[in-house]
Ligand binder design. Structure first.
Ligand code: C2E
Ligand code: CA
Ligand code: CA
Length: 429
């Protein structure tokens, strides 16, 4: 029988990567061991026919845990930690099993959401701990062994290390998501604003709102440290709507400070690309504009190309609705993503923002120059405004003026600043 087991296990261990359907099925005769306590957890099993008994060994005695029939899954803890089997499985009669390699499921799970993977793994670990504890308690054993998903005692395989690292990242993310929620309630998120000027005469025409986290311990936290996490954990909409509300309240004051110019000075607000997958974002924007009674001509919404790519029909509908509100739309980071003329033609866009990566090489790299020249030409064809981002030097301005770029933004004019400083900035111009 031992040879049969070895053959069966060998087959089970070779299932991954093979397409032949029969390789995923194994038949075990009555009494054969499917896996033993202490084996590696590398497969998950589904009972197709027959019966499987799971048992654990307590002080040399076999203690049955459960008997499973067709349609039931076992070995599912393999989905989680890479540790060892905590029970043995036997065929209680002739049994056919469908075998799924652990890696296959793990790949899918992590592809969907690492956080969900982590939470599932913690839950299953907890469940397993509880199961073992109750067995031990029922047997009156005091020395309850603690089962961990990880090999302890310095015997970490690279796989275990990897799993541990993933767990650490996911836990950090989970904590950060919670911190963001609390920080919203404590009003720790504030906008900084950065001027946008016309070229070549450098007249102030607008500001971009850029979120900052005034963290009580960490100081001023830049967006790249929390926006991606906020996007993955569903709290970015709250942040963006907060910034929109700020902008709507600020814009009339800015325009007043500017002496109510003929052409409204706008404030641009960044909208994360994940919004358009949600139905209610347009409604929320509409209600903020209504609530604050802002002149919608003061507000511009910046979206990235990726927001349009994932669900173009949904995005198109949303943009049309937004335009009806009277706000303007800018396509941010143009040239970095999936740039296509199709977007400019199909979507209701007013402004293109050329990404900093092209602008910063514009006077040294002919390729960048050609790209920017082409984008500027394109914007004229489609009658769009164009803003060059990340201008840091006079040289760059010279080149941009030469090719007819309308507007610019960058450290050369001003870094993003707290709202109060912006009023000083306006006064001093
Ligand atoms: P972005 O929308 O492309 O914003 C421009 C970024 O370039 C800003 O970084 C700005 O500070 C920086 N910048 C401006 N001029 C220069 C320059 O001359 N040189 C250099 N090196 N950098 C310059 P920041 O504020 O760190 O924001 C980074 C990104 O975070 C933004 O890129 C945007 O994608 C995102 N973000 C910022 N605020 C929000 C927000 O309220 N909501 C969402 N969803 N995303 C935001
Ligand atoms: Ca932007
Ligand atoms: Ca940008």
């Amino acid at each position: 029988m031992k040879e049969q087991i070895i053959a069966a296990n060998k087959a089970a261990n070779t299932v991954s990567g093979q397409n032949n359907r029969s390789d995923y099925r194994l038949v075990f005769d009555k009494g054969m061991q499917i896996f033993a306590e202490g084996d590696n957890r590398d497969h998950v099993y589904i009972v197709e026919q027959g019966e499987v008994e799971l048992s654990t060994e307590v002080e040399g005695e076999k203690l049955p845990l459960v008997t499973l029939g067709p349609g039931e899954i076992f070995g599912e803890m393999a989905l989680m930690g890479p540790g060892k089997r905590s029970a043995s499985a036997y065929a209680a009669e002739q049994t056919e099993l469908f075998i799924i390699p652990r890696d296959l499921i793990m790949g899918r799970l992590h592809g969907v959401d690492p956080l969900i993977g982590l939470l599932m793994s913690l839950l299953i670990d907890r469940y397993r701990d509880t199961r073992h504890q109750s067995i031990n308690e029922a047997l009156g054993r005091r020395d309850v062994p603690h089962f961990s998903p990880l090999d302890k005692g310095g015997h970490d395989t690279p796989f275990v290390k990897d799993w541990r690292a993933q767990k650490e990242v996911a836990l950090k993310e989970l904590k950060l998501a919670q911190e963001i929620q609390v920080a919203i309630e404590r009003s720790e998120f504030v906008p900084f604003i950065q001027p946008i000027v016309t070229l070549p005469d450098e007249k102030l025409v607008g500001f971009e709102s850029l979120i900052r986290w005034e963290h009580p311990e960490r100081g001023l936290v830049p967006p790249f440290e929390f926006i991606p996490v906020a996007e993955r954990t569903n709290c970015v909409q709250a942040l963006d709507m907060l910034m929109l509300r700020h902008a709507c309240e600020l814009a009339p004051k800015i325009n007043e400070a500017m002496g109510n110019p003929e052409k409204p000075v706008f404030i641009s607000v960044n909208l994360s690309g994940v919004h358009f997958e949600k139905k209610d974002v347009v409604d929320e924007i509409r209600s903020i504009i209504k609530d604050t009674k802002v002149n919608p001509a003061f507000i511009k919404l910046e979206i990235t190309e990726s927001a349009l790519v994932n669900e173009p029909m949904v995005a198109e509908k949303a943009l049309t609705e937004l335009k009806k509100l009277g706000v303007r739309i800018a396509l941010d980071d143009f040239g970095t993503g999936y740039s296509s003329l199709g977007y400019l033609h199909t979507f209701s866009i007013d402004t293109i923002k050329i990404d900093r990566s092209f602008v910063q090489h514009i006077h040294s790299d002919p390729k960048s120059l050609n790209i920017v020249r082409a984008i500027v030409g394109l914007s004229k064809t489609f009658d769009l405004d164009i803003i060059a981002e990340g201008i840091e030097s006079k040289d760059e301005i010279g080149v941009l003026n030469g090719i007819g770029c309308d507007m610019g933004q960058g450290y050369h004019f001003s870094r993003p600043m707290p709202v109060d400083d912006a009023f000083e900035f306006i006064k001093n111009r």
